[in-house]
Design a protein around this ligand. Structure first.
Ligand SMILES: [Fe+2]
Length: 180
């Protein structure tokens, strides 16, 4: 025997369930429309691209550092790239929350990153200067993402990125102290 909803569907009558499905289908995500989604995802993807370039720089320096600071820097950068890897994963998965595709190839990262790769193996002091400059750029980008997420009422992204800012600010302080 057909249910009331099934028979309403078969004869074209609208039901409360139909309305709910349609509304949810349209919204596509929890609460943002297509335009808002594109804006926040673009910001997250740019941050993701820069963070990936920074991550690879940390690995480069971790592997190639030489000199009297070797042990300190080698160990410190391992901690930093482990943290970066976790943050990168969170950013990419946040993009998926919006049902969009996180940038996922090296070509895309290099194209969209605000940071440059370092193809060389500079002295350890220069490595530290380069990382300090990376933090400044990354924090600037993160602040822009926080500003946008606040504007759009996206408290999930806002909270996540604010946590990253706090971590990078601490690295900036510690590396500045180390290089003095
Ligand atoms: Fe290692």
């Amino acid at each position: 025997m057909a249910t009331a909803t099934a028979s309403a569907k078969s004869n074209g009558t609208k039901t409360a369930g139909d309305h709910k499905e349609k509304t949810q289908g349209k919204r596509h995500t929890l609460r943002w429309g297509p335009e808002e989604r594109q804006r926040i995802v673009a910001s997250l993807n740019e941050l993701l691209a820069s963070y990936q370039v920074h991550y690879q720089k940390l690995r480069n320096y971790h592997w190639n550092v030489t000199g009297g600071d070797f042990f300190d820097i080698h160990v410190e950068l391992e901690q930093q790239y482990t943290e970066a890897q976790e943050n990168i994963d969170l950013i990419a998965e946040r993009v998926r929350v919006f049902r969009e595709r996180p940038l996922s190839t090296f070509a895309e990262y290099l194209d969209r990153s605000a940071l440059q790769e370092d193809p060389g193996t500079p002295a350890s002091s220069k490595m530290m200067q380069n990382l300090l400059a990376d933090y400044v750029t990354l924090v600037d980008q993160m602040c822009a993402t926080v500003e946008l997420s606040t504007e759009l009422g996206d408290s999930g992204t806002e909270r996540m990125v604010k946590g990253f800012i706090e971590q990078l600010e601490k690295h900036h302080w510690m590396l500045s102290s180390f290089t003095k």
